[in-house]
Design a protein around this ligand. Structure first.
Ligand code: TYD
Ligand code: MG
Length: 451
């Protein structure tokens, strides 16, 4: 039977019968790649779901059983998973190479293999390398099975023989199916291999973790096209040069996607950061211009972080702008607001913004601290000590209310801050007793209040 060819977008997974330079669904350029669909009869041979075997059932008649979970013993990971890994779930752990995905999963095995049978399949490292890593991480689990293999059929047949409760495949880019002509790591191989694993997970009720590498632009074929297939997508982020790593759920069928887990990479692997705010603020310079403490909400937790800015006179040509840890376009917009609404002429200054510790702050509440850090650097005047802020900035330079103000203020108070610059919004009067709350209407007022 003739093989059918379709084209898949590596950004959004859109499927089209012909190639497009620009994806008709998400608009990304050069992301469509060829994907060969197995002929119907061959596909049916490997497909373990039987056609006609499923019938419509009344919701009330479906027996769900108890939702049982495996616990990793790593509190931050269990929380991001929504309280442990659900039996039979399919979890994708994505992140840049070298961020610590293999380390995290190996550390997770330590606890899990006490109560479950765990198989760790590595397509990247040899058995010896894994043993050395485990020794470094002080993992001494006698009951952890390791397989160094990249051939998918081999992996499935070994897995069937061992019948583990948890299977880890590190990484989906290195495994391949022999009957496909495409190279490992390509869209076709990734999709087919993930499909086989998913069917295995659902049929045998095995919890599967797969690792997927993403590059800086997030364009590497892989995690994006798998997102719709899996139950849970965790992204491991952070600057590989910095110590902090942040685990974020981008999708979770069994929990909230707001939670994050914060880790620090040490000589002995990843260590949970119990008090991220304090860790982020360690080494915060006192009396230096160009920084402001922000309080953002990460899931249900408030997190304090230091936003730094440097505004320096442009030496030639177009001014440079770089943003690390904050959205670049948001920064450019705030610069325009500062220029237009506050009379800060930044158009002849290079501006660099950075969030200390390698965290990414995407919440609009980081607008005001960013503006204050930039203004402080531009005027070369430090903010008074003990000041923190949060608030969203609108296009007219007005400050807009943000959620969870009380939680943010309490966290700042706990860490020794005494003044909070925030938008005009109602808060519990009780809070004003412990903190000096300065409520401001516009960006210009905020700058006037502290600089
Ligand atoms: P790794 O888990 O191999 O990353 P990934 O699987 O996402 O590619 O992590 C590799 C990095 O972590 C490497 O740069 C070294 C660092 N690392 C430590 O700092 N301490 C450790 O104990 C370990 C195991 C790794
Ligand atoms: Mg790895």
């Amino acid at each position: 039977m003739k093989q059918k060819t379709v084209y898949l977008c590596s950004e959004c997974g859109y499927e089209a019968p012909k190639w497009y330079g620009k994806c008709p669904s998400c608009g990304a350029w050069n992301t469509m790649s060829e994907f060969k669909v197995q002929p119907e009869s061959a596909a049916r041979g490997t497909n373990t779901f039987q056609r006609g075997a499923s019938r419509p059932t009344l919701l009330r008649d479906i027996e769900s059983g108890d939702e049982t979970r495996f616990y990793s013993g790593i509190g931050e990971l269990d929380r991001v998973l929504g309280g442990g890994a659900v039996h039979g779930s399919f979890v994708l752990v994505g992140g840049e190479p070298g961020i610590g995905k293999s380390t995290l999963l190996l550390q997770m095995c330590q606890e899990m293999c006490k109560s479950a049978r765990v198989l760790y399949v590595s397509g990247e490292e040899s058995l010896r390398q894994i043993k050395l890593r485990a020794a470094r991480l002080k993992i001494s689990s006698p009951d952890l099975y390791i397989l160094a293999e990249t051939d998918m059929e081999q992996i499935i047949s070994e897995t069937e023989m061992l019948a583990p409760d948890i299977l880890i495949v590190d990484s989906i880019q290195t495994v391949y199916k022999r009957d496909l002509t495409a190279a490992p790591g390509g869209t076709t191989q990734i999709k087919e291999c993930a499909m086989s694993l998913m069917q295995y997970a659902k049929n045998k009720n095995v919890t599967i973790f797969i690792v997927g590498h993403v590059n800086k632009e997030g364009t590497l074929a892989g995690p994006k096209i798998l997102e719709h297939m899996v139950d849970c997508v965790l992204y491991f982020e952070g600057e590989t040069t910095g110590p902090f790593r942040c685990l974020r759920a981008a999708k979770n069928r069994y929990g909230s996607t707001n939670e994050i887990g914060v880790f620090e990479m040490s000589d002995h692997g990843l260590v949970e950061v119990q008090n991220p705010s304090a860790a982020m603020l360690a080494g915060h310079p006192q009396g230096a211009s160009g920084n402001c403490i922000a309080c953002v909400m990460e899931g249900s937790r408030p997190l304090l972080a230091e936003v730094q800015a440097l505004a320096a006179k442009t030496q030639f040509g177009v001014p440079r702008r770089t943003a690390a840890g904050v959205d670049y376009n948001r920064m450019v917009l705030l610069l325009a607001i500062l220029e237009k609404r506050c009379g800060l002429f930044l158009s002849s200054s290079d501006v660099y913004v950075n969030v200390v510790g390698g965290m990414r702050l995407d919440e609009p509440a980081v607008d005001l601290p960013m503006v204050l850090a930039i203004a402080s650097s531009f005027r070369d005047k430090p903010l008074p000590e003990g000041v923190m802020s949060f608030g969203e900035v609108g296009l007219t330079g007005e400050l807009r209310a943000v959620s969870n103000a009380a939680q943010r203020i309490n966290e700042a108070y706990r860490l020794g801050f005494h003044t909070c610059i925030m938008p005009m919004q109602d808060i519990d009067e009780e809070l004003t007793r412990s903190m000096n709350i300065v409520r401001v209407k516009t960006v210009a007022d905020a700058i006037r209040a502290v600089l």
